[in-house]
Design a protein around this ligand. Structure first.
Ligand code: NAP
Length: 336
């Protein structure tokens, strides 16, 4: 049967969840360097509600109907000219390619640039794989990229917002790098982040948490990775040692005055880095993270699966800002 259309979750204008609809849209055809993925599961990220509301629109061209979704796992369905290393039937996971003006992953089929793709390793199911790309890549780059966290063994790092998608990977990756890890999360998640490798887990609703952090860090922290936003971590630059770094993950809603804080950090002999995940050639990095998960070195956070038809529910949940681990949407499921 020659398929011409596919189901996708789209919006026709920016706004609230009332604008989400399941639509029939044309099946995309892979061009040079592109792979078409038959999507089994699609990850849910805070970026999805921000995309829905138009907050990400400045970063890429948007045309309506606009398909949401930044993460996917599935099976290669077709490859465009010039693609090597992937063939129909391969299980893959990836970030979607909004940045090049392509559609999102909340659809039965996704076109993606081949350098973003990675093969799903044996032992990692597709629902779990869909939970990995954005969260794990963001955490990995924020902590370890030389121009970002450049974290070294023995250093002390704070992961602010440790129980969500990015945080759950960041705590583990920091501990695996040999760092000493402090975290913030709600009281209900203190034990969870401890299991992930946090030495000092602090409830952000405890007014004494900054002082407890200062007591723990001695001369000051080497690194802060902030996945929540400046207002929630008072005087965060003062928590760093001289020469220490603040890696502030772009939230688009709670970033404060980035230029002013960057200048303030410099004047204090600290460094602030505003971090946006680099996905253009992230396939190799994703493959390495997948291998660590398959080897049991890196644990998956809890993954809750929600049907594509219930995308509104998924968006409301992620917008609440208090999901432990990750949500994924069941698009076609893993029955093919
Ligand atoms: N720029 C990029 O490239 C990029 C990439 C990925 C993510 N992001 C952004 O990074 C942020 C985090 O993403 P995510 O996927 O990890 O989100 P998430 O899964 O929704 O997790 C958010 C976590 O923040 C915690 N939290 C809420 N308020 C807090 C506070 N005052 N102090 C400490 N922790 C608090 C929550 O913990 P409790 O449930 O325990 O309250 C929750 O687990 C989002 O704004 C997202 O858009 C940016």
């Amino acid at each position: 049967m020659d398929i011409q259309e596919m189901k996708a979750v789209v919006i026709d204008r920016f706004g609230g969840t009332q604008n989400l609809r399941l639509a029939d849209v044309p099946l995309p055809q892979p061009g040079p360097g592109q792979v078409r993925v038959h999507v089994a599961f699609a990850g849910v990220n805070p970026a999805d509600w921000k995309d829905m509301e138009g907050l990400v629109a400045g970063f890429y061209e948007v045309s309506f109907p606009h398909i949401l979704g930044f993460d996917a796992a599935g099976v290669v369905d077709a490859v465009g000219p010039g693609v090597s290393g992937f063939a129909p039937g391969d299980p893959v996971f990836t970030t979607s390619d909004h940045g090049d003006g392509l559609a999102g992953s909340w659809a039965e089929y996704l076109l993606v640039s081949a350098p973003r793709l990675a093969l799903v390793p044996a032992g990692l199911d597709l629902a779990s794989a869909a939970a990995v790309p954005i969260a794990a890549l963001t955490a990995n780059q924020a902590l370890l990229a030389p121009q970002r966290g450049n974290l070294q063994a023995g250093q002390r790092v704070l992961i602010h917002g440790a129980s969500g998608g990015v945080g759950s990977f960041a705590v583990q990756l920091a501990a695996l790098a040999g760092a000493r890890v402090a975290t913030t999360c709600s009281a209900a998640n203190l034990a969870y982040v401890g299991e992930l490798g946090s030495e000092l887990a602090l409830d952000y609703r405890d007014p004494d948490f900054p002082q407890r952090l200062r007591d723990w860090s001695g001369e000051g922290l080497d690194l802060i990775v902030d996945a929540v936003g400046g207002d929630t971590l008072p005087e965060r630059l003062q928590l760093l040692r001289r020469g220490g770094r603040l890696v502030s993950i772009a939230t688009l809603v709670a970033d404060g005055d980035v230029a002013a804080e960057t200048a303030q950090a410099r004047s204090m002999g600290r460094e602030k880095i505003y971090a946006i995940m680099d996905a253009d050639r992230a396939g190799e990095e994703l493959a390495a993270l997948g291998a660590r998960i398959a080897a049991g070195e890196l644990r998956l956070p809890p993954v809750q699966v929600i049907d594509l038809q219930d995308a509104v529910n998924a968006v409301e949940l992620v917008r609440s800002g208090h999901v432990r681990g990750k949500l994924v949407l069941r698009v076609c499921g893993d029955g093919f």
